[in-house]
Write a protein of this length. Structure first.
Length: 509
């Protein structure tokens, strides 16, 4: 589990299995699919109600009982995944893990239990994956816009997309569990309390509602458990055939409020498992209908886990969303493409010579490429400390296709590509990623130094060899002697690289 969370292209043959694990705030899901003739066929599904969000306290701590419940579930999932190659498994954690004060305190034992790395994704990346799953399960009509709403346990995602691309993505910190705890912690239900709560949640949706309504949509779909549960209640009450409508919602709400207490809720078609959190889920649904002026919401069987599977098919190839994101950043911040290409070429030249000695793989190579392309991003903000500015932008932006760990890894490489390396530079990374992060930072630094003059002139000779934590590069003696500034820069580089744990030697022959 020491790779970069499977960023490389996935070589697939007919019959190969892929798996996605969705570590949600309410339920944990695992989907296993077979790759057949370029398509995915679901062969196994496992779902367990864990209610991770129930264990989250106000300070970002996790109740030990809930934590143990989650780890036991992941261990069971891990047994099913044992025979699937690691590069064909992706595990995604969402809202509750995002909100933990010390995520690694949960992630380290969780990864051990599952036997695979776990990616923590931002709310907007979660929204993109949700839309991707729904779009593949129910292909949209050409030219049509589609609204997808996913009410999870801890957050709710709103997406407008066309085809298989998400155009607008929003994630709001309201979900079935979180909202039930927020407004009905004592278990009491009442119309006055309900009305005030709907108004409060609707106000949170107003920050993007006008944009969404002006863009419009041709159809609306709800994904995940809450939408499905409410649709089943509507059908059982003979209000609809399974969709959620503006006409049916008030009748469902009145039936729910008639119970007066959560533990007395008696909605036809509602499972006992869903009863403790349906009040919050229904409240969010009503607020969404109010804020967006919805009349009808069909229910989709697909959700984020299916989106993760389809996302795996495109990773590393021409359809990799991360490459599109890097290109968008290059354009947005006006990065010098020619200089980025020079640094990239040299960084990869060094990488290819030391990869075997340093146990670096194709995932690492892709990350180094992306760091080289983006290393001058911060120049759009200011020349002074531009590496710091660039790292901040990369770490804190919503970048489609990247998990939070991957963004932090990329940010660390950009942060450390020049000048002194702070002791805290890699603190945000999990322990298993530190060796490759430090070694890639070493290579990127050298590539940047070698191209400090922004010259298009090729380097006549560049050899590299590595052994343990030692790195030696060899340059053409004549070429090197003709460049006193480069000679001075490389003369000081071994001292900087000591902060990476790398002993650097520069030779000229």
């Amino acid at each position: 589990m020491n790779g970069l969370l499977h960023t490389a292209r996935l070589p697939l043959r007919d019959g190969d299995l892929l798996a996605a694990v969705d570590i949600g705030s309410n339920s944990f899901h695992m989907v296993v699919a077979s790759y057949v003739l370029g398509q995915l066929r679901i062969v196994d599904r496992i779902r367990e109600t864990v209610r991770l969000a129930e264990g989250l306290d106000a300070k970002g701590g996790l109740d030990p009982t809930v934590r143990d419940r989650a780890l036991e579930c992941l261990a069971r999932f891990g047994q099913r995944l044992r025979d699937i190659p690691p590069q064909r498994v992706r595990a995604i954690a969402t809202n509750t893990v995002r909100r933990l004060a010390v995520p690694q305190g949960f992630l380290m034992p969780a990864e051990s239990a599952l036997g695979h790395p776990i990616e923590v994704v931002s709310g907007r990346e979660e929204a993109r994956l949700i839309y991707l799953g729904v779009a593949h399960e129910q292909p949209p009509k050409p030219g049509h816009l589609r609204l997808v709403i996913d009410i999870g346990g801890g957050s709710t995602e709103f997406i407008i997309g066309s085809g298989f691309e998400a155009i607008e993505r929003e994630s709001v910190q309201v979900g079935a569990i979180a909202t039930t705890r927020r407004f009905f912690a004592d278990g009491e239900l009442g119309r006055r309390r309900w009305k005030a709560a709907v108004a409060e949640v609707s106000a949170e949706f107003q920050q993007f509602a006008a944009t969404y309504r002006s863009l419009g949509w041709n159809e609306a779909l709800g994904s995940s458990g809450t939408a499905k549960a409410i649709g089943e209640v509507c059908a059982a009450m003979q209000l609809t055939k399974g969709a959620v409508t503006a006409e049916a919602l008030p009748k469902v709400r009145e039936r729910l409020l008639a119970a007066a207490r959560i533990d007395a809720i008696d909605l036809p078609g509602l499972s006992d498992e869903r009863r403790p959190i349906i009040a919050g889920g229904l409240l969010v649904m009503e607020a969404a209908f109010d804020a967006l002026g919805l009349e009808r919401l069909a229910v989709s069987k697909a959700a984020m886990r299916e989106g993760v599977l389809y996302d795996m098919l495109g990773r590393g190839g021409s359809a990799d969303p991360r490459d599109a994101s890097v290109t968008a950043l290059i354009e947005r911040y006006g990065i010098d493409r020619a200089q980025a290409a020079r640094v990239e070429e040299t960084a990869l030249c060094l990488f290819d010579q030391v990869a075997a000695s340093w146990s670096l793989d194709e995932d690492d190579r892709l990350m180094l490429r992306r760091a080289a392309k983006l290393h001058e991003l911060g120049l759009a903000i200011a020349h002074s400390q531009y590496h710091v500015h660039g790292a901040y932008v990369i770490e804190h932006s919503d970048i489609a296709g990247f998990s939070q760990q991957q963004q932090r890894f990329l940010a660390a490489l950009v942060r450390t590509h020049r000048r002194r390396i702070p002791k805290s530079a890699f603190d945000a990374l999990p322990e298993r990623l530190l060796p490759s992060a430090r070694r890639l930072a070493s290579l990127l630094r050298l590539a940047v130094v070698l191209h400090r003059g922004h010259s298009g002139e090729p380097i006549p000779r560049l050899a590299a060899r590595a052994s343990g934590d030692s790195l030696t590069i060899t340059l053409s003696a004549r070429w090197f002697e003709e460049r006193p500034l480069l000679k001075a820069d490389l003369g000081g580089e071994p001292a900087y690289q000591q902060a990476l744990g790398i002993t650097l030697a520069v030779a000229a022959e």
